[in-house]
Design a protein. Structure first.
Length: 121
């Protein structure tokens, strides 16, 4: 959480950061000053999606951008097709995920990745 929060603060981004365990249960949630209330649920959904499907949520965003049959991904109940959810992988196992919401999807992902990368050090 500290590394993700530091990345957000370094860039003056007011976001919500959610961390879930391997079962999708919230273990940490941080709403930075002036982060919009709506980002709480979005950050949680991004983290939940990343752990449930064992991949970054950017995968879903990219597939949907291609259109066609991939648009069916929009119907995944409770899943977020927006970039900003990143699995936390330790020793080759997914142990949780980080979801971020509040700025652009790419910036959300940058913050989430900073948090996930810190655990590898």
């Amino acid at each position: 959480m500290a590394s993700a929060e530091a990345e957000a603060r370094k860039n003056s981004w007011n976001v919500v950061i959610a961390i879930v365990d391997s079962g999708g249960n919230i273990v940490m949630l941080q709403r930075l000053d002036d982060a919009q209330f709506g980002s709480i649920d979005v950050a949680r959904q991004k983290a939940h999606t990343a752990v449930a499907f064992r991949r970054p949520t950017k995968v879903f965003q990219d597939l949907i951008a291609q259109g066609g049959v991939n648009l069916r991904l929009l119907k995944l109940e409770g899943a977020s097709p927006l970039e900003g959810g990143v699995p936390i992988v330790l020793g080759g196992k997914i142990v949780g995920a980080i979801g971020v919401s509040g700025v652009t999807s790419q910036q959300d992902a940058q913050i989430a990745q900073a948090g996930a990368d810190a655990l590898l050090k």
